[in-house]
Ligand binder design. Structure first.
Ligand code: CP
Ligand code: NVA
Length: 318
């Protein structure tokens, strides 16, 4: 891939109309049996993953997914590398681009992901920043589409207007789905991201509505999604919990949704805070499908970004 053509994934709407194809291909690949085992588009390539924050799902799904595609995964924990200490983001990006064929980056400030992508000559994938979590959204929409026949109603978000919500919303409106979100006053989603979502929704026909009342958001919902109230990097925001009184997804709240609703959570969950055991362990919960689908969705994304010819060729065969 030439430098001029290299693509990054900073937010899920960077994929535009290709999001649906990414998901279709990920589903086909998940069920592709022998074909999937033999498909090695990252043969001879190395993909490095930088983590400034802890991770279970993202780290393991990238390491296993890259290996399954024939590539070599390298995990680079920020405590062990020079980035942010004695080396700038720009220099790190330029140096890593001489060794690697792709970089994933989990960071605190979204601007740092943008800066790394700007200075790298290989594709950069945002593996979670304070504003976006595109890999999560790709897996989440894949999970909703896999359960398509049983989903009857809009996507309801209950909780913080955070990074996971931003990309869930952008992905949902890219695919023409309706979203109702309930956040406490003062914890609404980012305005510029809402603006982007509204522009996409006006093209795809999605409806978006916001409220401070969780019951209003979940009434008639086909999907209920929540996340932790205090995200990584916000540990200093003492008192944030008080604002989330009444925003727990519990048995009383889900009674307002469609009976076949899907319960979704990006994990890790703080049981007893944003969700009860009774909901997350119920038959409606698809949280483990979401976690597994991180790998399949990222394998589809990595193929598109790192070996686009293979993505187009093999998509025809899958
Ligand atoms: N959902 C998610 O990104 O999980 P990790 O923080 O474990 O990677
Ligand atoms: N909103 C959470 C998501 C964790 C996967 C965080 O940023 O910590």
């Amino acid at each position: 891939m030439s430098e001029a053509n290299k693509r990054n994934l900073m937010a899920i709407d960077d994929l535009g109309d290709e999001l649906g194809d990414i998901i279709d291909w990920a589903i086909a690949f998940k069920h592709g049996g022998e074909f999937s085992r033999d498909f090695k588009p990252l043969d001879g390539m190395s993909i490095g993953s930088i983590y400034e924050k802890p991770s279970t799902r993202t780290r393991v799904s990238f390491e296993v997914g890259v290996s399954r595609l024939g590539g070599q995964p390298l995990t680079l924990l920020s405590n062990d590398i020079q980035l942010g200490k004695s080396e700038s983001i720009a220099d790190t990006a330029a140096v890593l681009s001489r060794f690697l064929d792709g970089i994933t980056y989990r960071c605190f400030e979204h601007g740092h992901a943008e800066e790394l992508a700007q200075h790298a000559t290989v594709p950069v994938i945002n593996a979670l920043s304070d504003l976006h979590h595109p890999c999560q959204a790709a897996a989440d929409l894949m999970t909703i589409i896999e359960h398509g026949d049983s989903v009857n109603g809009h996507i309801a978000w209950v909780g913080d207007g955070n990074n996971v919500f931003h990309d869930l919303l952008l992905a949902a409106v890219c695919l023409g789905m309706d979203v109702k979100y309930a956040t406490p006053v003062g914890f609404e989603p980012d305005e510029s991201i809402m603006q982007r979502a509204s522009e996409i929704a006006s093209r795809t026909g999605s409806n978006i509505s916001g409220t401070n009342n969780p019951v209003e958001a979940v009434s008639g919902a086909g999907v209920i999604y929540t996340d932790i109230f205090v995200s990584m990097g916000e540990e200093h925001m003492e008192g944030k919990f008080e604002a989330f009184d009444g925003f727990q997804v519990n048995e009383d709240l889900v009674a307002h949704a469609d009976p076949n609703y899907l319960f979704m959570h990006c994990l890790p969950a703080h049981r007893g805070e944003e969700v009860t055991d009774g909901v997350i362990d119920s038959v409606n919960s698809v949280v483990l499908d979401q976690a597994e689908n991180r790998m399949w969705a990222q394998m589809s994304l990595l193929t598109l970004l790192c070996n686009e010819d293979a993505w187009h060729t093999f998509r025809e065969l899958a």
